[in-house]
Design a protein around this ligand. Structure first.
Ligand code: ZN
Length: 430
Protein backbone atom coordinates (compact mmCIF):
# COMPACT_ATOMS: atom_id res chain seq x y z
CA UNK A 1 0.00 0.00 0.00
CA UNK A 2 1.46 3.29 -1.07
CA UNK A 3 -1.55 5.59 -0.74
CA UNK A 4 -2.59 7.83 -3.59
CA UNK A 5 -0.53 9.89 -5.98
CA UNK A 6 -1.36 12.34 -8.75
CA UNK A 7 1.18 13.12 -11.47
CA UNK A 8 0.33 15.93 -13.87
CA UNK A 9 2.20 16.57 -17.09
CA UNK A 10 1.65 18.88 -20.05
CA UNK A 11 3.05 16.11 -22.29
CA UNK A 12 1.83 12.70 -21.19
CA UNK A 13 2.53 9.83 -23.62
CA UNK A 14 -0.84 8.08 -23.57
CA UNK A 15 -1.69 5.17 -25.91
CA UNK A 16 -3.68 7.53 -28.16
CA UNK A 17 -1.11 10.33 -28.31
CA UNK A 18 0.75 12.96 -26.31
CA UNK A 19 -1.42 15.47 -24.44
CA UNK A 20 -1.73 17.24 -21.11
CA UNK A 21 -3.23 14.98 -18.48
CA UNK A 22 -3.14 13.79 -14.90
CA UNK A 23 -2.53 10.19 -13.84
CA UNK A 24 -4.18 9.10 -10.58
CA UNK A 25 -2.32 6.27 -8.86
CA UNK A 26 -3.60 4.12 -6.01
CA UNK A 27 -1.69 1.23 -4.48
CA UNK A 28 0.92 0.82 -7.24
CA UNK A 29 -1.52 1.02 -10.18
CA UNK A 30 -2.93 3.75 -12.37
CA UNK A 31 -6.57 4.07 -11.35
CA UNK A 32 -7.63 6.59 -14.01
CA UNK A 33 -6.44 9.35 -16.32
CA UNK A 34 -7.96 12.80 -15.82
CA UNK A 35 -7.53 16.21 -17.39
CA UNK A 36 -4.42 18.15 -16.48
CA UNK A 37 -6.26 20.62 -14.27
CA UNK A 38 -8.76 18.20 -12.72
CA UNK A 39 -9.33 18.72 -9.02
CA UNK A 40 -8.09 15.50 -7.43
CA UNK A 41 -7.47 14.57 -3.87
CA UNK A 42 -4.30 12.52 -3.32
CA UNK A 43 -1.71 11.97 -0.60
CA UNK A 44 1.05 13.12 -2.96
CA UNK A 45 0.75 15.63 -5.77
CA UNK A 46 3.42 16.07 -8.48
CA UNK A 47 3.12 18.64 -11.26
CA UNK A 48 5.79 18.03 -13.89
CA UNK A 49 4.75 21.04 -15.96
CA UNK A 50 6.45 20.79 -19.36
CA UNK A 51 8.40 17.65 -18.50
CA UNK A 52 6.98 14.69 -20.42
CA UNK A 53 5.64 11.57 -18.71
CA UNK A 54 6.36 8.23 -20.39
CA UNK A 55 5.37 4.70 -19.45
CA UNK A 56 8.49 3.04 -18.05
CA UNK A 57 10.38 1.26 -20.80
CA UNK A 58 10.24 -2.53 -21.04
CA UNK A 59 13.52 -3.87 -22.42
CA UNK A 60 12.99 -7.46 -23.52
CA UNK A 61 16.58 -8.01 -24.67
CA UNK A 62 19.14 -7.66 -21.89
CA UNK A 63 22.08 -9.94 -21.17
CA UNK A 64 22.69 -9.60 -17.43
CA UNK A 65 25.23 -12.46 -17.38
CA UNK A 66 24.74 -13.30 -13.68
CA UNK A 67 25.41 -15.84 -12.22
CA UNK A 68 28.62 -17.14 -13.74
CA UNK A 69 29.80 -14.12 -15.73
CA UNK A 70 28.94 -11.46 -13.17
CA UNK A 71 32.20 -9.70 -13.97
CA UNK A 72 30.60 -8.89 -17.35
CA UNK A 73 27.51 -7.19 -15.81
CA UNK A 74 25.14 -8.29 -13.02
CA UNK A 75 21.61 -7.77 -11.71
CA UNK A 76 22.64 -4.92 -9.37
CA UNK A 77 24.55 -2.87 -11.95
CA UNK A 78 22.24 -3.67 -14.88
CA UNK A 79 19.06 -2.74 -13.05
CA UNK A 80 20.52 0.48 -11.64
CA UNK A 81 21.60 1.46 -15.16
CA UNK A 82 18.13 0.53 -16.43
CA UNK A 83 16.45 2.71 -13.81
CA UNK A 84 18.70 5.67 -14.64
CA UNK A 85 17.77 5.17 -18.30
CA UNK A 86 14.00 5.06 -17.76
CA UNK A 87 13.72 1.27 -18.16
CA UNK A 88 11.48 -0.09 -15.40
CA UNK A 89 11.30 -3.73 -16.53
CA UNK A 90 14.08 -5.81 -18.03
CA UNK A 91 13.78 -9.31 -19.47
CA UNK A 92 16.99 -11.25 -19.06
CA UNK A 93 18.29 -13.42 -21.87
CA UNK A 94 19.10 -17.09 -21.11
CA UNK A 95 22.75 -16.62 -22.12
CA UNK A 96 25.59 -15.61 -21.20
CA UNK A 97 25.11 -16.58 -17.58
CA UNK A 98 26.49 -19.83 -16.15
CA UNK A 99 24.42 -21.93 -16.10
CA UNK A 100 22.44 -20.86 -19.17
CA UNK A 101 18.68 -20.79 -18.49
CA UNK A 102 17.79 -24.04 -20.25
CA UNK A 103 16.31 -25.99 -17.30
CA UNK A 104 14.21 -25.31 -14.22
CA UNK A 105 17.16 -25.70 -11.79
CA UNK A 106 19.09 -23.14 -13.85
CA UNK A 107 16.14 -20.71 -13.71
CA UNK A 108 15.99 -21.17 -9.93
CA UNK A 109 19.72 -20.45 -9.69
CA UNK A 110 19.32 -17.29 -11.72
CA UNK A 111 16.32 -16.07 -9.72
CA UNK A 112 18.23 -16.70 -6.49
CA UNK A 113 21.14 -14.63 -7.81
CA UNK A 114 18.82 -11.77 -8.80
CA UNK A 115 16.67 -11.73 -5.67
CA UNK A 116 17.00 -8.70 -3.44
CA UNK A 117 19.34 -6.67 -5.64
CA UNK A 118 17.14 -5.48 -8.52
CA UNK A 119 16.39 -1.77 -8.86
CA UNK A 120 13.68 -2.44 -11.49
CA UNK A 121 11.35 -5.36 -12.22
CA UNK A 122 13.00 -8.38 -13.86
CA UNK A 123 11.63 -11.34 -15.80
CA UNK A 124 13.42 -14.18 -17.57
CA UNK A 125 13.51 -15.81 -20.98
CA UNK A 126 14.29 -19.51 -21.17
CA UNK A 127 16.71 -20.96 -23.69
CA UNK A 128 15.99 -23.52 -26.42
CA UNK A 129 19.08 -25.58 -27.25
CA UNK A 130 19.56 -29.00 -28.86
CA UNK A 131 18.12 -31.69 -26.59
CA UNK A 132 16.16 -29.61 -24.08
CA UNK A 133 12.66 -29.78 -25.61
CA UNK A 134 11.48 -31.74 -22.56
CA UNK A 135 12.59 -28.90 -20.28
CA UNK A 136 10.52 -26.26 -22.06
CA UNK A 137 7.07 -27.08 -20.60
CA UNK A 138 8.43 -27.17 -17.04
CA UNK A 139 10.30 -23.89 -17.64
CA UNK A 140 7.08 -22.23 -18.82
CA UNK A 141 5.27 -23.52 -15.73
CA UNK A 142 8.12 -22.21 -13.60
CA UNK A 143 7.63 -18.71 -15.03
CA UNK A 144 9.80 -17.95 -18.07
CA UNK A 145 8.29 -15.51 -20.59
CA UNK A 146 9.08 -17.64 -23.63
CA UNK A 147 12.28 -18.86 -25.28
CA UNK A 148 15.32 -17.65 -27.16
CA UNK A 149 17.33 -19.70 -29.61
CA UNK A 150 20.12 -19.22 -32.10
CA UNK A 151 20.44 -20.65 -35.60
CA UNK A 152 24.14 -19.78 -35.62
CA UNK A 153 27.00 -19.96 -33.10
CA UNK A 154 25.95 -17.77 -30.16
CA UNK A 155 29.53 -17.02 -29.12
CA UNK A 156 28.98 -19.12 -25.98
CA UNK A 157 29.73 -22.87 -26.33
CA UNK A 158 27.22 -23.87 -23.64
CA UNK A 159 24.38 -22.29 -25.68
CA UNK A 160 24.63 -24.11 -29.03
CA UNK A 161 22.43 -23.31 -32.03
CA UNK A 162 19.41 -25.40 -33.00
CA UNK A 163 18.98 -27.09 -36.36
CA UNK A 164 15.89 -26.52 -38.52
CA UNK A 165 14.35 -29.72 -37.14
CA UNK A 166 15.15 -28.78 -33.56
CA UNK A 167 13.61 -25.36 -34.13
CA UNK A 168 10.38 -27.00 -35.30
CA UNK A 169 10.34 -29.38 -32.34
CA UNK A 170 10.81 -26.50 -29.92
CA UNK A 171 8.15 -24.37 -31.57
CA UNK A 172 5.69 -27.27 -31.48
CA UNK A 173 6.17 -27.37 -27.69
CA UNK A 174 5.52 -23.62 -27.53
CA UNK A 175 2.55 -23.44 -29.88
CA UNK A 176 -0.15 -24.10 -27.29
CA UNK A 177 1.20 -21.70 -24.69
CA UNK A 178 1.15 -18.60 -26.87
CA UNK A 179 4.60 -17.73 -25.52
CA UNK A 180 6.99 -16.54 -28.22
CA UNK A 181 10.15 -18.08 -29.61
CA UNK A 182 12.72 -15.33 -30.09
CA UNK A 183 15.18 -16.25 -32.79
CA UNK A 184 18.58 -14.76 -33.43
CA UNK A 185 18.22 -14.71 -37.19
CA UNK A 186 21.50 -15.36 -38.98
CA UNK A 187 21.97 -18.50 -41.08
CA UNK A 188 25.37 -20.14 -40.55
CA UNK A 189 25.44 -21.30 -44.19
CA UNK A 190 25.70 -17.68 -45.35
CA UNK A 191 28.31 -16.47 -42.85
CA UNK A 192 32.04 -16.87 -43.48
CA UNK A 193 35.28 -16.00 -41.72
CA UNK A 194 36.20 -12.31 -42.13
CA UNK A 195 38.91 -11.71 -44.76
CA UNK A 196 40.73 -9.26 -42.48
CA UNK A 197 40.69 -7.53 -39.09
CA UNK A 198 38.79 -4.38 -40.16
CA UNK A 199 35.13 -3.40 -39.91
CA UNK A 200 34.21 -3.68 -43.61
CA UNK A 201 35.55 -7.25 -43.71
CA UNK A 202 33.50 -8.07 -40.62
CA UNK A 203 30.29 -6.64 -42.14
CA UNK A 204 30.95 -8.49 -45.42
CA UNK A 205 31.39 -11.77 -43.51
CA UNK A 206 27.82 -11.55 -42.16
CA UNK A 207 25.81 -10.36 -45.18
CA UNK A 208 22.08 -9.48 -45.24
CA UNK A 209 21.36 -12.75 -47.05
CA UNK A 210 22.30 -14.57 -43.82
CA UNK A 211 19.44 -12.72 -42.09
CA UNK A 212 17.02 -13.37 -44.96
CA UNK A 213 17.75 -17.13 -45.04
CA UNK A 214 17.34 -17.41 -41.29
CA UNK A 215 14.04 -15.54 -41.41
CA UNK A 216 12.80 -17.94 -44.11
CA UNK A 217 13.64 -20.81 -41.76
CA UNK A 218 11.72 -19.16 -38.93
CA UNK A 219 8.69 -18.40 -41.12
CA UNK A 220 8.48 -21.98 -42.26
CA UNK A 221 8.77 -23.28 -38.68
CA UNK A 222 6.14 -20.80 -37.46
CA UNK A 223 3.78 -21.72 -40.29
CA UNK A 224 4.30 -25.44 -39.67
CA UNK A 225 3.68 -25.33 -35.93
CA UNK A 226 1.39 -22.36 -35.22
CA UNK A 227 3.81 -20.99 -32.66
CA UNK A 228 4.49 -17.28 -32.27
CA UNK A 229 7.93 -16.24 -33.47
CA UNK A 230 9.84 -13.03 -32.93
CA UNK A 231 13.07 -12.19 -34.68
CA UNK A 232 15.99 -10.06 -33.79
CA UNK A 233 16.17 -7.34 -36.44
CA UNK A 234 14.66 -7.85 -39.87
CA UNK A 235 12.45 -6.39 -42.56
CA UNK A 236 9.68 -7.40 -44.90
CA UNK A 237 8.07 -10.35 -43.15
CA UNK A 238 4.86 -10.93 -41.24
CA UNK A 239 6.37 -11.91 -37.93
CA UNK A 240 7.01 -9.69 -35.00
CA UNK A 241 10.49 -8.27 -35.09
CA UNK A 242 12.73 -5.99 -33.14
CA UNK A 243 15.63 -3.73 -33.85
CA UNK A 244 18.08 -2.06 -31.49
CA UNK A 245 19.14 1.53 -30.80
CA UNK A 246 22.58 0.95 -32.36
CA UNK A 247 21.12 -0.18 -35.68
CA UNK A 248 18.97 2.97 -35.79
CA UNK A 249 21.69 5.35 -34.60
CA UNK A 250 24.98 4.26 -36.16
CA UNK A 251 26.03 3.33 -39.70
CA UNK A 252 29.02 1.29 -40.84
CA UNK A 253 30.49 4.29 -42.65
CA UNK A 254 30.88 6.01 -39.26
CA UNK A 255 32.70 3.20 -37.45
CA UNK A 256 36.25 4.46 -36.89
CA UNK A 257 39.05 2.06 -37.80
CA UNK A 258 39.82 -0.37 -34.99
CA UNK A 259 36.89 0.68 -32.78
CA UNK A 260 35.70 -2.75 -31.75
CA UNK A 261 33.23 -1.31 -29.23
CA UNK A 262 30.94 -1.18 -32.30
CA UNK A 263 31.06 -4.94 -32.86
CA UNK A 264 27.75 -6.79 -32.56
CA UNK A 265 25.88 -9.49 -34.50
CA UNK A 266 24.25 -9.00 -36.91
CA UNK A 267 26.60 -6.08 -37.60
CA UNK A 268 25.69 -2.41 -37.79
CA UNK A 269 25.28 -2.04 -41.58
CA UNK A 270 25.62 0.91 -43.96
CA UNK A 271 23.49 4.07 -43.91
CA UNK A 272 21.08 2.84 -46.58
CA UNK A 273 20.22 -0.13 -44.38
CA UNK A 274 19.73 2.15 -41.36
CA UNK A 275 17.24 4.14 -43.43
CA UNK A 276 15.45 0.92 -44.41
CA UNK A 277 15.23 -0.10 -40.74
CA UNK A 278 13.68 3.25 -39.82
CA UNK A 279 11.15 2.89 -42.63
CA UNK A 280 10.32 -0.65 -41.50
CA UNK A 281 9.78 0.61 -37.95
CA UNK A 282 7.65 3.49 -39.22
CA UNK A 283 5.58 1.11 -41.37
CA UNK A 284 5.05 -1.30 -38.47
CA UNK A 285 7.05 -4.09 -40.13
CA UNK A 286 9.43 -3.86 -37.19
CA UNK A 287 7.47 -3.64 -33.95
CA UNK A 288 9.83 -2.60 -31.23
CA UNK A 289 13.22 -1.27 -30.20
CA UNK A 290 15.06 -3.04 -27.39
CA UNK A 291 18.67 -2.74 -26.32
CA UNK A 292 20.36 -6.13 -26.80
CA UNK A 293 22.59 -4.82 -24.01
CA UNK A 294 25.43 -7.33 -24.18
CA UNK A 295 28.46 -6.10 -22.30
CA UNK A 296 31.72 -7.83 -21.48
CA UNK A 297 34.91 -6.87 -19.67
CA UNK A 298 36.90 -4.31 -21.72
CA UNK A 299 39.75 -6.81 -22.24
CA UNK A 300 37.44 -9.08 -24.31
CA UNK A 301 36.64 -6.21 -26.69
CA UNK A 302 40.26 -6.32 -27.98
CA UNK A 303 40.36 -2.53 -28.06
CA UNK A 304 44.16 -2.63 -28.06
CA UNK A 305 44.40 -4.59 -31.30
CA UNK A 306 41.14 -3.33 -32.84
CA UNK A 307 40.66 -6.74 -34.45
CA UNK A 308 37.00 -7.31 -35.35
CA UNK A 309 37.66 -11.01 -35.91
CA UNK A 310 38.44 -11.71 -32.26
CA UNK A 311 36.58 -9.00 -30.30
CA UNK A 312 33.46 -10.01 -28.30
CA UNK A 313 30.32 -9.16 -30.28
CA UNK A 314 27.95 -7.14 -28.12
CA UNK A 315 27.06 -3.50 -27.51
CA UNK A 316 26.51 -1.91 -24.14
CA UNK A 317 23.61 0.59 -24.16
CA UNK A 318 20.93 -0.24 -21.58
CA UNK A 319 21.07 3.17 -19.90
CA UNK A 320 21.06 5.26 -23.09
CA UNK A 321 18.74 3.45 -25.48
CA UNK A 322 15.90 5.91 -24.85
CA UNK A 323 17.83 9.11 -25.67
CA UNK A 324 19.68 7.39 -28.54
CA UNK A 325 16.43 6.46 -30.27
CA UNK A 326 14.70 9.75 -29.35
CA UNK A 327 17.62 11.80 -30.74
CA UNK A 328 16.96 10.40 -34.23
CA UNK A 329 13.19 9.86 -33.91
CA UNK A 330 12.43 13.51 -33.08
CA UNK A 331 14.36 14.64 -36.16
CA UNK A 332 12.22 12.30 -38.23
CA UNK A 333 9.06 13.89 -36.85
CA UNK A 334 8.07 11.22 -34.35
CA UNK A 335 6.42 11.87 -31.01
CA UNK A 336 6.92 10.38 -27.59
CA UNK A 337 3.79 8.30 -28.22
CA UNK A 338 5.78 6.45 -30.93
CA UNK A 339 8.64 5.93 -28.48
CA UNK A 340 6.16 4.59 -25.90
CA UNK A 341 4.74 2.15 -28.44
CA UNK A 342 8.14 0.90 -29.67
CA UNK A 343 9.98 0.79 -26.35
CA UNK A 344 7.24 0.15 -23.76
CA UNK A 345 3.89 -1.15 -25.03
CA UNK A 346 4.97 -3.63 -27.69
CA UNK A 347 7.82 -5.15 -25.66
CA UNK A 348 5.42 -5.58 -22.72
CA UNK A 349 2.96 -7.47 -24.90
CA UNK A 350 5.75 -9.61 -26.38
CA UNK A 351 6.86 -10.54 -22.87
CA UNK A 352 3.31 -11.34 -21.75
CA UNK A 353 3.27 -8.56 -19.14
CA UNK A 354 -0.16 -6.97 -19.75
CA UNK A 355 0.01 -4.49 -16.85
CA UNK A 356 3.29 -3.00 -18.08
CA UNK A 357 4.21 -0.54 -20.79
CA UNK A 358 1.22 1.83 -20.95
CA UNK A 359 -0.10 4.84 -19.06
CA UNK A 360 -3.66 3.53 -18.80
CA UNK A 361 -6.19 2.60 -16.13
CA UNK A 362 -5.29 -0.70 -14.48
CA UNK A 363 -1.63 -0.64 -15.49
CA UNK A 364 1.20 -0.63 -12.98
CA UNK A 365 2.40 2.89 -12.24
CA UNK A 366 5.88 2.53 -13.76
CA UNK A 367 6.42 6.08 -14.96
CA UNK A 368 9.27 8.20 -16.26
CA UNK A 369 9.52 11.99 -16.23
CA UNK A 370 11.54 12.87 -19.33
CA UNK A 371 12.95 16.13 -20.62
CA UNK A 372 12.71 15.71 -24.41
CA UNK A 373 14.81 18.80 -25.18
CA UNK A 374 17.76 18.38 -22.79
CA UNK A 375 20.99 17.48 -24.60
CA UNK A 376 23.96 15.79 -22.96
CA UNK A 377 27.26 14.21 -23.95
CA UNK A 378 27.58 10.51 -23.13
CA UNK A 379 30.56 9.56 -21.06
CA UNK A 380 30.91 5.81 -20.68
CA UNK A 381 32.52 6.19 -17.28
CA UNK A 382 29.46 8.12 -15.99
CA UNK A 383 27.07 5.29 -16.86
CA UNK A 384 26.01 2.75 -14.26
CA UNK A 385 26.84 -0.23 -16.50
CA UNK A 386 29.54 -2.37 -14.90
CA UNK A 387 32.01 -1.38 -17.64
CA UNK A 388 32.43 2.00 -19.36
CA UNK A 389 32.97 0.71 -22.92
CA UNK A 390 30.15 1.82 -25.23
CA UNK A 391 30.13 3.08 -28.83
CA UNK A 392 28.03 6.06 -27.68
CA UNK A 393 30.95 7.46 -25.67
CA UNK A 394 31.42 11.13 -26.65
CA UNK A 395 28.13 11.34 -28.61
CA UNK A 396 25.66 14.10 -27.82
CA UNK A 397 22.16 12.77 -27.27
CA UNK A 398 18.86 14.53 -26.71
CA UNK A 399 16.46 13.58 -23.94
CA UNK A 400 17.15 13.20 -20.26
CA UNK A 401 15.42 10.98 -17.70
CA UNK A 402 14.50 13.25 -14.78
CA UNK A 403 12.47 11.10 -12.35
CA UNK A 404 11.28 7.49 -12.20
CA UNK A 405 8.40 5.77 -10.40
CA UNK A 406 8.23 2.00 -9.99
CA UNK A 407 4.79 0.80 -8.97
CA UNK A 408 3.86 4.33 -7.93
CA UNK A 409 6.92 4.75 -5.69
CA UNK A 410 9.57 7.25 -6.74
CA UNK A 411 12.89 5.43 -7.02
CA UNK A 412 16.49 6.32 -7.74
CA UNK A 413 19.52 4.30 -8.75
CA UNK A 414 21.23 4.94 -5.41
CA UNK A 415 18.14 4.11 -3.34
CA UNK A 416 17.08 0.73 -1.96
CA UNK A 417 16.33 -1.84 -4.73
CA UNK A 418 12.54 -2.21 -5.07
CA UNK A 419 12.41 -4.37 -8.21
CA UNK A 420 10.54 -7.66 -8.17
CA UNK A 421 11.01 -10.87 -10.12
CA UNK A 422 8.06 -11.53 -12.43
CA UNK A 423 6.69 -14.49 -14.37
CA UNK A 424 4.82 -14.52 -17.67
CA UNK A 425 1.49 -12.78 -16.98
CA UNK A 426 3.10 -10.42 -14.49
CA UNK A 427 2.62 -12.34 -11.23
CA UNK A 428 5.48 -12.57 -8.78
CA UNK A 429 7.95 -15.35 -9.64
CA UNK A 430 7.73 -17.74 -6.68
ZN1 ZN B 1 21.29 -10.60 -27.53
Amino acid sequence: MTGTLVIRSARMALPDGVREAAAYVRDNRIEFIASYRAKLDADTEVDLGDLALLPGLVDTHVHVNEPGRTEWEGFGSATRAALAGGVTTICDMPLNSVPVTTSVPALREKAAAAAGQCAVDVAFWGGAVPGNAQDMGPLLNAGVLGFKCFLIDSGIPEFPPVSRDELRTAMRVLAESGAPMIVHAEDPGEVRAPAGPGYDAFVASRPPVAERRAIETVISAAAGTGARAHIVRAAGVALSAETCPHYLFFAAEEVPAGHTEFKCCPPVRYAANREALWRALEAGVIDCVVSDHSPCPPSLKDLDTGDFRTAWGGISSLQIGLPAVWTVARKRGHTLADIARWMSAFPASLAGLPAKGRIAAGCEADLVAFDPEAAFAVRGSDLLHRHPVTPYDGRTLTGRVARVWLGGVEVSADGPPRGRLLRRGGEILG
